[in-house]
Design a protein around this ligand. Structure first.
Ligand code: ADP
Ligand code: MG
Length: 250
């Protein structure tokens, strides 16, 4: 069942389109008949039980997973060029005792300079600008292993936003983040998509954030089971069946 899909007309100036996508790994069909349309400035939440294929779909969009079907991106003047994609992977872990700082992490990712030499003045300014996008300048000299779940997600988000992507993909950014951190992170993603007009695609098991923040929710369980506004999906029979619920607070 598909409710409230965009039906192919793109009112916005850029969009990501996935058509008839399927993924096979060995003899197993992991995904089949996936169709979606993500517009710039829109937040799409991918939900589904563990093993539903959410991360696999994100990897296919990222070009890290072989697939059949079509993934295309349109933007003014960039017809069918590969979009720039920012990616925050699922649950990266850092050893709490690791001496690596946020500044070291940015140095490794953004410059060829060895981290032990520290940041050049120009690079420090650049990194602070990146952290400013997530209101995180105060995190620059903190050890990565000592960050809270929410702070770590903000740092990874700042890395994913440099250079500014067309599409931002986050795989379960809310896992390991406390309730307060969740609201901070979701407000930030909401601000980022508006300021930079990005499409955001995120997977989550936190259904309570969907009504406030998502434009479109896609319930996936190997194929798309239900698609529409948060209200439509959370109150659907398909949602109740997949998650064995009698009704969701919407
Ligand atoms: P989700 O993110 O929804 O929890 P995944 O996309 O990680 O689900 O996995 C979907 C299914 O594909 C699972 O059954 C998983 O075991 C399988 N799978 C994912 N990657 C591989 C792989 N590299 N090799 C074999 N099976 C895989
Ligand atoms: Mg996953």
């Amino acid at each position: 069942m598909n409710i409230g899909s965009h039906g192919g007309s793109c009112a916005h100036s850029c969009c990501l389109r996935v058509q008839n996508l399927s993924v096979k790994i060995g003899n197993d069909t992991i995904l089949e008949d996936i169709n979606l349309h993500a517009h710039c400035g829109e937040m799409i939440a991918l939900i589904g039980p563990n093993g539903a294929g959410k991360s696999t779909l994100l990897k296919a969009i990222l070009g890290q997973q072989d697939y059949n079907g079509i993934i295309s991106f349109c933007a003014p003047g960039q017809r069918n060029r590969r979009p720039k994609i920012g990616y925050v992977p699922q649950s990266p872990t850092f050893d709490p005792g690791d001496p690596v700082t946020v500044s070291d992490l940015f140095t490794c990712c953004m410059s060829k300079r060895p981290a032990f030499l520290g940041l050049s003045k120009a690079m420090r300014k650049k990194v602070l600008e990146c952290l400013d996008r997530v209101h995180g300048e105060d995190l620059l000299d903190k050890r990565v292993g000592a960050l809270s779940g929410g702070e770590l997600q903000r740092v990874l988000l700042a890395l994913a936003l440099e250079p500014l992507p067309n599409i931002l993909i986050l795989d379960e950014p809310l896992s390991g983040v406390d309730v307060e951190g969740m609201e901070v992170l979701m407000d930030m993603l909401d601000e980022i998509r508006q300021v930079y007009d990005l499409s955001i695609i995120m997977t989550t098991h936190n259904f309570s954030v969907l009504n406030t923040y998502a434009d479109q929710v896609i319930l996936i369980n190997k194929s798309i089971v239900c698609q529409g506004t948060p209200k439509q999906v959370l109150s659907s029979g398909e949602f109740n069946r997949v998650f064995h619920r009698k009704g969701e607070i919407v």
